[in-house]
Design a protein around this ligand. Structure first.
Ligand SMILES: NC(=O)C1=CN([C@@H]2O[C@H](COP(=O)(O)OP(=O)(O)OC[C@H]3O[C@@H](n4cnc5c(N)ncnc54)[C@H](O)[C@@H]3O)[C@@H](O)[C@H]2O)C=CC1
Ligand SMILES: O=C(O)[C@H](O)CS(=O)(=O)O
Length: 485
């Protein structure tokens, strides 16, 4: 059905301790193509017992993996990177089939995720320690870095490949072992990554993939098993809070990449055409289902009409359709429930006086399709302002002053990504420093790359992924104090 060059990449079993297994119970789950409603694959649905075995296997595999040299680990990561790049077309087809995003976006995600493997294969060699001036002549002080240990990970359906790669790369580079639970909506990309990990020489138990309908049961095992020393999560803030609380009992190191509510501010000194282009990609990438999508578009009143007109025209030019088809810009949402959620947000705004500028809404293309929509006349009494939309809805707000824009932008419990378009250098510095977010795009709508620290503040999470900082979450600092010198 997918016409893969390498059909071996499409797996229907969980990958635990180097074995491809059915679930203990024999239970299965169906992976549904959101564009067509067809079943892409029926795969093993595992639970707590299989998760426990994966964690125990990761613990057994850890000493040998930890004791490889960084160059030996780096070579395996680089071989994995090369295999992913060589299989990018097939991996993109699998990703689009299970998640829905257009094939070009899926291929971009595959390569984006692979770039973390390449990056951290090199970063592992730079996990430097310290030699510190001693407090007395008879002492010497040294600091060394060592891997944290067994890591467990839970990731979302919106980037089923890159979100795992962004975590497993620093973990394995640092010398940790890794048990992944992908979203049950989109497990096939993670299993395909495991096929290539095996081929790259990642030893048994170092990387396992557990998939199951009951994310709660799997998550409970991951967050409470004392062998797990690090838990990393990407997903909603609500679930992140719950999982972080579950980790408290065993004081695990945690990193949380959670929800967002990104402001996208267009000032009167912006290049309006560039701002429109930036807003389009920032809002409608992955049908708006990313944590860093523009969630509130704030436009200074003197340029509001010209921006709204140009932006709406660009939105109406977007092609909605099956991500496998050429020329499609926006694919389906992940499931019918997601469509209902965004429809309710639009209806709430309209009921409070907002206007659906381009009459966007559910599409006849299918129950997971929602046409890219622009809503104007939005204010902070509407759910669209407060909640993470996670769909193809662009709410436009008008503001008057720079101070007001910053105040509106910061009026949220989230602090992940933010964006603004301006050209005055004084304004750029004032606004960049005034926005309470982990990341700021300045005259740029797409800011994610493996070389930069991805992460948020406030209730958007803790920790950073990518960049020279990304490996720190997987290393412990050990202080050696030598006396009797
Ligand atoms: N900060 C970031 O980098 C990202 C944040 N997100 C956020 O994730 C949300 C959308 O993704 P969803 O998959 O719907 O989020 P979600 O939080 O519902 O699910 C994320 C993952 O957690 C699992 N999960 C859900 N409830 C669980 C529980 N009680 N115990 C254990 N595991 C559980 C799911 O199976 C999935 O694998 C949005 O809020 C979005 O902002 C998504 C991607 C990136
Ligand atoms: O899941 C997400 O929203 C990703 O973190 C967004 S990005 O890293 O692909 O920009």
């Amino acid at each position: 059905m997918l016409n893969l060059k390498n059909p071996d990449l499409l797996r229907k079993h969980a990958y635990i301790n180097g074995q491809w297994i059915d679930s203990d119970s024999g239970e299965t789950l169906d992976v549904i193509n959101p564009a067509s409603g067809e079943t892409v694959a029926t795969i093993a649905s595992c639970g707590a017992d299989e998760t426990r075995r994966a964690i125990e296997g990761a613990n057994e595999a850890w000493p040998e993996w930890r004791d490889l040299t960084v160059k030996e680990r780096a070579k395996i990561l680089r071989d994995w990177y090369n295999l992913i790049v060589d299989n990018a077309d097939d991996l993109a087809k699998i990703l689009t089939a299970e998640q829905g995003k257009p094939l070009a976006e899926a291929r971009t995600e595959i390569l984006y995720g692979a770039n973390y493997l390449e990056w951290f294969a090199e970063e592992a060699k730079r996990a430097y320690g310290d030699v510190i001036a001693p407090p007395s002549k008879d002492k010497r002080i040294v600091v060394i870095k060592q891997p944290v240990g067994v890591t467990a990970s839970i990731t979302p359906w919106n980037f089923p490949s890159a979100m795992i790669a962004r975590k497993v790369a620093p973990a394995l580079a640092a010398g940790c072992t890794f048990v992944a639970k992908p979203a049950s909506e989109t497990p096939l990309s993670a299993l395909a990554m495991a096929v290539l990990a095996e081929q790259a020489g990642v030893p048994k138990g170092v990387f396992s993939v557990v998939v199951g309908k009951s994310s709660r049961a799997i998550g409970k095992e991951m967050t409470t098993n004392p062998l797990v020393r690090k838990f990393t999560f990407t997903g909603s803030t609500a679930v992140g809070k719950q999982l972080q609380a579950q980790c408290a009992e065993t004081i695990k190191k945690t990193s949380m990449e959670l929800g967002g509510n990104a402001p996208f501010i267009v000032f009167d000194d912006a290049d309006i055409d560039e701002a429109v282009k930036g807003a389009i990609v920032c809002k409608y990438r992955n049908a708006g289902q990313t944590c860093v999508c523009a969630n509130r578009i704030l436009v200074q009143e003197s340029v509001f009409d010209v921006f709204a007109e140009k932006f709406s025209a660009a939105v109406n030019a977007l092609k909605l359709g099956n991500g496998m088809e050429e020329g499609v810009d926006v694919g389906p949402m992940i499931n019918p429930g997601a469509v209902n959620d965004v429809r309710a947000l639009v209806e709430d705004a309209i009921s409070k006086g907002a206007k659906n500028l381009n009459e966007g809404g559910p599409s006849e293309l299918g129950e997971c399709f929602y046409t890219p929509t622009v809503v104007s006349g939005v204010d902070d009494t509407m759910k669209l302002f407060r909640e993470e939309i996670f769909g193809p809805i662009a709410p436009l707000y008008k503001f008057s002053s720079e101070e007001e824009a910053i105040q509106i932008a910061n009026d949220t419990e989230f602090g992940l990504a933010s964006y603004f378009y301006a050209r005055d250098i004084g304004r750029i510095w004032r606004v960049a420093e005034g926005l309470e977010y982990g990341m700021v795009g300045i005259n740029e709508g797409i800011i994610s790359n493996e070389m930069a620290p991805f992460g948020g503040i406030k209730q958007s999470g803790t920790g950073r992924e990518g960049s020279k900082y990304g490996i720190d979450d997987y290393l412990e600092i050990k202080y050696l104090c030598m006396g009797g010198i």
